[in-house]
Design a binder for this molecule. Structure first.
Ligand SMILES: O=C(O)CCC(=O)C(=O)O
Length: 269
């Protein structure tokens, strides 16, 4: 096993998130060109498709190839494969934009003991430990500006994806200054991956510059967390409806799909 992969697998499993440095270019300029009005402070989203806005569409994928390229970026795909297997879908996407002083966003988890859909009583062992659902929903966040302690942005309760207990009210309600909540350091150009079972949220933005972050959310192929869809510019298999892995949903890593992707990945002549 490759040492980098082994380390990433270990750290992701231990903490529930991982930061991988990468290069990003052009994206800020394309976002500027959209001349978007600032979103509301209590819902600082842009370019969304599916998820909380509950609308089917391409979201920011329609702004150009640099956004589409991130959808199946090789670094992202190999980490997703480690957690989701060979068959997964792009479930939703959106951007986050924040300005200095914009408030924290609530801590939450999409599955696991703290999630609204958890069937177990607080403190009872979460019953889906060996089921896909424990590793079924992963977000890849591309950080377009520096985020981290003293600046703000993505924050987590490290290891909470394994907790059998719901998050205590006091930590939940005052997470901004809680010693149990970590603001993840992620420089511009990095990719943060985290399981949606991890209790996570947004820390108040203290940066003198704008926060810009792009979130791509993936789940195993036979699951969906919403009723609306991201629609394709390319890599259609990632954007197919739910289907049983391998039976109704082919491996994203099969040679056939890889070959089919090549012509679509070429940019305009
Ligand atoms: O990056 C952030 O500020 C938080 C993102 C978030 O809350 C989510 O992915 O559900």
């Amino acid at each position: 096993m490759n040492a980098d992969f082994e380390e990433q697998q270990y750290l992701f499993d231990l903490n529930g998130y991982l930061v991988i440095a990468d290069e990003l270019a052009e994206l800020n300029a394309i976002i500027d060109a959209q001349e978007l009005p600032p979103p509301p402070e209590n819902f600082p989203r842009f370019g969304s498709a599916a998820g909380a806005i509950r609308k089917t569409g391409p979201g920011f994928l329609q702004w150009g190839e640099p956004f589409v390229r991130l959808m199946d970026h090789p670094v992202l795909m190999s980490t997703l494969r480690m957690r989701l297997g060979d068959c997964f879908r792009l479930e939703r996407l959106y951007g986050i934009y924040m300005q200095k002083g914009w408030p924290a966003g609530k801590l939450h988890a999409d599955y696991g003991a703290t999630a609204r859909n958890a069937a177990s009583a607080p403190g009872q062992f979460y019953p889906l430990r060996d089921n896909r659902m424990l590793s079924g929903f992963i977000t890849g966040t591309w950080n377009l500006t520096d985020t981290g302690p003293g600046i703000g942005g993505f924050c987590v309760v490290p290891g909470s994806h394994k907790s059998s207990f719901r998050i205590p009210k006091r930590i939940h309600e005052a997470h901004q200054d809680s010693p149990w909540v970590k603001i993840v350091e992620a420089p511009a150009g990095s990719l943060t991956l985290f399981t949606e079972a991890l209790t996570h949220g947004t820390a108040r933005w203290e940066g003198d510059y704008e926060r810009r972050t792009l979130l791509y959310k993936y789940c195993v192929s036979n699951m969906s967390w919403g009723m609306t869809r991201v629609t394709p510019p390319r890599q259609r298999q990632l954007l197919e409806g739910p289907g049983d892995p391998m039976t109704h949903f082919p491996s994203l890593f099969s040679e056939e799909l890889a070959e089919a992707r090549i012509p679509e990945q070429r940019g305009p002549a």
